[in-house]
Design a protein around this ligand. Structure first.
Ligand code: FAD
Length: 742
């Protein structure tokens, strides 16, 4: 994977960030209203050669990639640039790709800035609102199967509008001097590809706009005092902003994935473009609304800048019509991929969302192993939770190097990287084999590798690698869950031993595991976080009792009781009273750091199962799938699964690269859980009443997967840190807001 910008891209981004910061200040944006056009800014932009950035060098442009253009668009959005950057880039790129003399003759004037050309977003000759149409000298668009160039031949009147954008009505059939630049398939494909390019650039622009609006709101919330506190310390304000940051950043990543997919010629490229546009429009709407609300009454005052963002978030994207319509394209492109969608060329793209060759090779070996060794008896016994732990098959997996392969060779691992481990996890899911025992054990094992003594590592990690042991987590207690550091389970030192007494709740897998990674209080006098110590305790120790807790999601977990359990000091992990540092490391992994923690596979599965139902189920005698409302809801759920996946991939990559924590893990966990819950519930509605049936009923919608997802998803916003805790962390680290959880 590679989500880094190249040095040139970093320079490009910084250059335009600085340019817009000085030439598109709030005063300048306001001064350009109501037309929404700043001629001085436009002149400066033309001098930077931004108009021809997507035009090949041989034709006088700078031959930049689609990703480069998105970086410029994002900065234009952050600073609400009153200039038709996107339309001009798209129009010049489109015209440069047309071989006709009329097109080639027009190009020099466009690049020099003597002719400002915009792009008509709707096909046909009827009158339409054209973005930048109020300031354009000419417009390119599609009429029938002709790509036409229409010059301003009459007094085109700006149409006053919500976003103070330079919109104006043009009729490509009748206005001004008209030239046909291309016709037939060439014309239709070129125009269609240009429209997809416009969508991606617009997604980048409104993503930048929304991210900046959230920052402005967070700054205000950190300063404005009410009830003797900064209002940002109130979760009612901080949490919606945090949720929006995850949604907006997920959208920005989705747009990047779309560019990468185009560059690699992937079959999912077209659907990703549509999802990126639809999601950017939706997430920006909510982000600016929440940002405006943060200002209370002042948010409504025209003197405050937030209203500038509020209006443009809608107005810019809606130039292309109702963004929800894009979901019909998502459905078509994903479930009827035979339609051949014209896409823009992406140029040279260094972004890489693939896991890499080594991971793909490892994936194939894991797939082969499951195909050869997962017998029908094992498949029948498979469960998705800890109860799916099968010691015999687990040993087989370990022997084949498919369990704890990331750990060092000295303990029996293979030193595989996180990308390979991610591919492995996906194969477990594909085979229908539970990841819970290995996933939990991996988090603890990786913590032990950091903090345990050499002797403990040698004994335990070696045993685990051999497939002889798995480890459960004992943090939560009856009186402390989210506030995990308030644990009361006591460990008292007696010579070389510790005596442990207390109770833990929700110790998942304690009935299957050989060890519990136990949080204890060793100094009740010290401050909450300073009196904790971690131990690795064998679960067959005398004094441990395990009682089952059955959940609505059919997941078994446990209450565990510790009565005078004696633990030698050698089982201690980390310093005495230094347990918080150890636990924090494990919690960060559990919160999605390093790519663990998303629910993408489960989310995607429920969407695909609902699509299977929709193709079979009849509504008014026709397959439900033919109903646009059904397609829209399926596409919406698919889109959110892909946003979650994009966040998860970034979290994975950030962990590998050691990128400073900006809340990537918690964003993955929060967005993954909340969208999985919401979409499972919506798909249950969609397929009702057949969706109510349990998997054992042959006519259950989606073979019972929707009903199960509804129950199972409920836990995802609770375990591994609740959504409230995730939102508080995100507000603090990604938006710099005050602490809001204690
Ligand atoms: C299926 C399942 C498996 C689990 N497995 C394990 C395991 O293996 N090991 C383990 O140790 N634990 C496990 N847990 C426990 C899990 O980590 C806790 O349930 C979780 O941390 C929440 O704690 P709680 O249940 O005590 O709820 P509480 O902390 O009491 O929270 C109740 C509600 O209050 C909210 N809340 C709490 N504090 C705040 C705050 N500061 N601001 C805003 N809202 C707040 C929470 O978000 C929640 O909605 C599991 C839980 C489940 C459901």
């Amino acid at each position: 994977m590679n989500l880094n910008l190249t040095e040139e891209q970093d320079l490009l981004r910084t250059t335009f960030a600085e340019l817009f910061a000085s030439e598109s200040s709030s005063d300048r944006v306001r001064a350009a209203e109501p037309l929404g056009y700043d001629p001085a800014l436009w002149k400066t932009l033309v001098e930077t050669e931004v108009v021809g950035m997507r035009v090949p060098e041989a034709q006088g442009g700078t031959g930049a990639s689609l990703h480069d253009a998105m970086l410029v668009a994002e900065e234009a959005g952050r600073h609400l640039a009153s200039a038709p950057v996107i339309e001009a880039i798209v129009a010049s790129h489109l015209i440069s790709g047309i071989a006709s003399p009329a097109a080639q003759d027009a190009l020099p004037g466009i690049l020099s800035g003597s002719s400002l050309v915009s792009f008509a977003l709707f096909p046909g000759g009827e009158s339409q609102l054209v973005p930048a149409g109020a300031v354009a000298d000419a417009v390119v668009g599609l009429v029938g199967d002709e790509l036409v160039w229409v010059e301003k031949g009459r007094d085109v009147k700006p149409a006053e509008n919500l976003g103070s954008s330079p919109l104006a009505r043009w009729s490509l059939a009748s206005d001004g001097v008209r030239e046909v630049l291309a016709s037939g398939d060439e014309a239709v494909r070129a125009w269609s590809a240009a429209r997809e390019e416009w969508k991606l650039l617009m997604a980048a622009a409104i993503g930048g706009l929304a991210r900046r609006a959230l920052e402005i709101a967070a700054e205000y919330a950190s300063e404005r005092i009410q009830f003797d506190r900064p209002i940002g310390a109130f979760q009612g304000l901080a949490h919606p902003l945090a949720h929006s940051v995850a949604a907006v950043e997920g959208g920005q990543l989705l747009a990047k994935r779309a560019v990468w997919a185009i560059a690699r010629g992937r079959s999912d490229a077209a659907e990703l473009v549509s999802m990126a546009f639809a999601w950017a429009a939706e997430s920006a709407t909510l982000a600016v609304a929440r940002s405006l609300h943060t200002f209370g009454g002042y948010g409504l005052a025209m003197e405050y800048d937030i209203q500038l963002y509020y209006r443009r978030a809608k107005a810019w994207a809606l130039a292309a019509g109702d963004p929800r319509e894009e979901l019909q394209r998502v459905a078509e492109r994903h479930w009827e991929p035979e339609s051949d969608v014209a896409l823009p060329d992406a140029g040279e793209v260094t972004l890489e969302f693939g896991l890499g060759e080594r991971a793909e090779a490892f994936r194939l070996s894991a797939r082969q192993f499951f195909e050869e060794n997962l017998t029908s008896e094992l498949r029948a016994a498979a469960r998705y939770d800890w109860d799916g732990h099968h010691p015999g098959f687990h040993r087989q997996l370990a022997a084949a190097g498919l369990a704890f392969a990331s750990w060092p060779e000295q303990y029996g691992g293979q030193g595989r990287d996180p990308y390979e481990m991610t591919a492995l996890g996906q194969e477990f899911h594909r085979a229908g084999w539970s990841t819970h025992p290995i996933g939990t054990t991996r988090i603890i094992g990786e913590t032990l590798l950091h903090f345990a003594s050499d002797a403990l590592k040698q004994e335990v990690i070696t045993r685990v690698c051999a497939g002889e042991a798995v480890i459960s987590m004992g943090y939560s207690e009856p009186g402390s869950g989210s506030d995990v550091a308030a644990a009361q389970t006591r460990a008292v030192r007696e010579g070389d031993e510790w005596v442990i007494n207390g109770q833990k709740m929700f110790t998942s897998g304690a009935n299957k595991a050989q060890y519990v990674f136990l949080l204890t209080r060793t100094d009740p006098e010290a401050k909450k976080h300073r009196g904790l110590t971690m131990f690795l305790v064998p679960l067959d120790s005398p004094g441990i009792e395990i009682q089952a807790i059955h959940t609505v999601g059919d997941e078994r977990t446990n209450a565990t009781y510790y009565s005078d359990v004696r633990a030698p000091d050698s089982w201690r992990v980390g310093e005495v009273n230094g347990g918080w540092a150890v636990l924090a490391h494990a919690l960060e992994l559990e919160h999605g750091g390093g790519g663990l923690g998303a629910f993408y596979d489960e989310h995607l599965e429920v969407v695909e199962q609902a699509a299977v139902w929709a193709r079979k189920a009849l509504r008014d005698g026709r397959p439900a799938f033919e109903d646009p409302r059904v397609r829209e809801r399926l596409a919406y759920a698919l889109m959110r699964a892909e946003v979650a996946q994009s966040l998860g991939l970034r979290s994975l990559w950030s962990g590998v690269e050691g990128v400073a924590n900006q809340g990537e893990g918690p964003m993955t966990k929060l967005f993954g859980a909340e969208s999985f819950i919401a979409d499972s519930a919506d798909l249950l509605d969609l397929a009702a009443p057949d969706s109510l049936l349990d998997a054992i009923e042959s006519d259950a919608a989606g073979s019972g997967a929707i009903e199960l997802a509804y129950r199972l998803s409920a836990g995802t916003s609770v375990y591994a840190g609740t959504s409230e805790i995730m939102r508080s962390i995100i507000a603090q680290v990604a938006l710099g807001m005050p602490r809001s959880r204690s």
